[in-house]
Design a protein around this ligand. Structure first.
Ligand SMILES: [Zn+2]
Length: 98
C-alpha cells in the first residue's frame, strides 16, 4: 500500500483536487465549488456538441449548394470540345493579337 497522498478514491478528477480524508472529500463533493464546476463542464460539453452539429449542418448545406452549381457537367463539355475545339480556340487567340 502506498501513502495516503495517492488515494485515488479521494481524488476529484473534475476539480483536480486530492483529499487525504474521506470527510474532506465528502465536503468537497457536496460543496458549491464542485457542483458549479460540474455544471460548467456539462454546459461546455453541450455547447461543444451543439457547435459541432452546427458545423456539420453548414458543411452539408455547402456541399448541397456545390452539387447544385455543378449540375452542368463541365468536364463533358470539355470532352465535346476536344474534337478539334482547342485548335480553334488558339486560332481565335492569334487573330485577337493580330
Ligand atoms: Zn470537485
Amino acid at each position: 500500500m502506498e501513502k495516503d497522498e495517492g488515494d485515488s478514491s479521494l481524488y476529484c478528477e473534475l476539480c483536480n483536487k486530492q483529499y487525504l480524508r474521506p470527510q474532506q472529500f465528502d465536503n468537497h463533493i457536496n460543496s458549491y465549488d464542485h457542483h458549479h464546476k460540474q455544471r460548467l463542464k456539462e454546459l461546455r460539453q453541450r455547447e461543444f456538441y451543439r457547435a459541432l452539429a452546427c458545423r456539420r449542418q453548414r458543411r452539408l448545406r455547402e456541399e448541397r449548394r456545390r452539387q447544385r452549381s455543378f449540375r452542368r457537367p463541365r468536364h463533358l463539355q470539355n470532352e465535346e470540345r476536344r474534337g478539334g475545339g482547342e485548335e480553334e480556340e488558339e486560332g481565335e487567340r492569334r487573330d485577337g493579337v493580330l
